[in-house]
Design a protein around this ligand. Structure first.
Ligand code: A2P
Length: 256
């Protein structure tokens, strides 16, 4: 049995020259938990060229959404960025990953820390009603180099407020906390800096990270993961997994 099957592109949206999102038809048999990733790609020289992609859509959605970087000389994304509606993309059959609610112990407040395309798994998590059943407050942070790169997340958060299914769950619980590092914006700086300086806690009126109440999911570059992990560990949180839920979980935002 093939590990991947072709699916049809139903929508493509370009955000900047570095970012785009697309949707694929969803096989009836494809099941996943919010926050998981799947192998996805194109056939190149007669062989499947696959990369791990977080599913950005919620598990109740009829189509599958993905948010991708465009790397000019990236073996996959240099090609994938040219897909059009009606084209076929190879999709793995099994989703997996650690950015799932099951890998966290119960808590009061859920932080979703993301940079760049690292917001993708959280786009799924914040559209899952179960997230709001498990937590009183959900804080989505998204840091990008440029203002235009925030657009995907801004549209997402807006669409949630209007969504008949999740809107009610998210109301009063979901807080969106964007920041930009290389252009003027109302909030400047890396999330690590905003945590170190206490700015995020002051602005949101919440106490600093606390293992009793706070749970964290982290998704970004390797360096971002390491730096955010440091902050979690310093605050006394321990890393969780599917087998052993704990207080924070991490996953690399994949690219290439
Ligand atoms: P900066 O502009 O200061 O490098 P990238 O596209 O390189 O993955 O970066 C996306 C965003 O993540 C940028 O705003 C970048 O800030 C920020 N960033 C990069 N490295 C880290 C890190 N180690 N910790 C926190 N944020 C980071």
């Amino acid at each position: 049995m093939a590990a991947v099957e072709p699916e049809t592109v139903t929508e493509v949206r370009h955000y900047t020259d570095r970012l785009f999102a697309f949707r694929l038809t969803r096989p009836q048999s494809f099941r996943f938990r919010s926050g998981e990733f799947v192998m996805l790609g194109l056939e190149v020289d007669g062989k499947p060229l696959l990369r791990a992609y977080s599913v950005a859509s919620p598990s109740w959605d009829e189509t599958l959404e993905f948010f991708s970087i465009k790397v000019p000389d990236g073996p996959l994304t240099s090609r994938l960025q040219n897909i059009q509606v009606g084209d076929q993309v190879l999709l793995g059959k099994k989703a997996t990953g650690t950015l799932v609610l099951d890998a966290l112990l119960p808590g009061k407040r859920l932080y979703l820390l993301s940079t760049g395309t690292g917001i993708a798994p959280f786009a799924s998590v914040i559209r899952d009603p179960e997230t709001y059943e498990r937590f009183d407050q959900v804080i989505l942070t998204h840091t990008c180099r440029e203002v235009a790169e925030l657009k995907y997340g801004q549209d997402l958060v807006e669409s949630i407020a209007e969504d008949p299914l999740v809107g009610e769950f998210a109301a009063g619980k979901l807080t969106y906390y964007p920041s930009v590092t290389r252009e003027p914006f109302e909030r400047k700086g890396r999330i690590t800096q905003l945590m170190d300086d206490g700015v995020i806690y002051d602005e949101l009126g919440v106490p600093p990270l606390n293992p009793e109440t706070d749970r964290v999911m982290i998704c970004g570059s390797m360096e971002m993961l390491a730096d955010c992990k440091d902050r979690c560990e310093a605050a006394g949180l321990t890393e969780g997994s599917n087998a052993r839920p704990a207080e924070y979980v991490v996953e690399k935002a994949f690219a290439g």
